[in-house]
Design a protein around this ligand. Sequence first.
Ligand code: SAH
Ligand code: SF4
Length: 354
Amino acid sequence: MALTKNIRSLSKEELTEWVLSKGEKKYRAAQIWEWLWKKHARHFDEMTSISKELRDLMKGEFTFPALSIHTIQHSSDGTIKVAFKTADDNIMEGVLIPTDGRQTACVSSQVGCSLGCKFCATGFMGHMRNLTFDEIYDQAATLNEIALEHYGKKLSNIVYMGMGEPMLNYRNVLKSIEMVTSNDGLAMSPRRITVSTSGIAKMIKRLGDDEVRFHLALSLHAASDDKRSRIMPINDSNNIESLMDALEYFYEKTGNDITYEYILFKNLNDSIQDADNLIKLYRRVPVRLVNLIEYNPIDQADFEKPDREKTQKFMDYLAAHRVNVRLRLSRGKDIDAACGQLANKGLEKSEAGH
Ligand code: SAH
Ligand code: SF4
């Protein structure tokens, strides 16, 4: 018989039924559930409060494809990048970013990404596969353990800004957030979670219909269709107008925070005219914040970031027009852990160093 059923795909009720069908007491199911989620076991044999007989029965009927840690890299600024390995030997990355008072985990939703944004290293990998909800949970739970170990603090925030497009793996992303926010899981508030999307209008509306409680970030990066299409092919099928509509809908349904992300590219989207266009889009939807992002150079592209002066001018102009704007400097650059740099680089190097 093929072993196909992942034990973590069971609901609590299904697990309880299974436990009862083996003639075991109901509280055993609660114990196993706790091992699977809150205690974050990675193998059946870690479930030390469960009898060997019952563990063997589980092993006979279920798989437990948890992520394992492949490599860990430490940046001089405190950022920690973890390369995770899936049970079927894919590698993907998650990052822990400590800032004053915060421990933020950046998690991946897919191995690779199909959307091919011209500035993003992940986009150049192509799409391998979607991650399952339990694999996404594993990243958050592991980064939480690392935060406790290194900084003595639990995760305070999670951003879905690692590899992949969360809206193209919708169900797993939402289910992972369900477990992360559950009292049976990491018990985090959904208000501490931000999902970033390159902008798929239909799915943004669906978030509204599902009345999600987490925040949304739109990777805007250009405020006119012709410029945006040049750097983000997804804009051809999801133009700015359709995204504004979808965001309005999302806001009406949920009232959750919306952020625009805007990477500054030298001589592409950094003029005062570009800032004016951005201001118009800022007024279109109740956007809480514009996050200006420093471009992190990648090997595959020859974009450049504007100099400090130009960046400051762009920012001051927005602020003078009452835009709530913030500049996000990149973190973890020395280990390729910064936004858009996640492409499983540096693994050989760090392996050799171990
Ligand atoms: N696919 C989603 C989430 C992952 S990307 C999205 O595109 O929003 C997370 C963020 O990193 C996005 O805002 C993305 O545009 C940004 N990013 C990608 N490449 C980058 C680079 N080279 N420098 C800076 N930010 C980058
Ligand atoms: Fe995919 Fe986001 Fe990278 Fe674009 S920026 S290629 S959507 S991961």
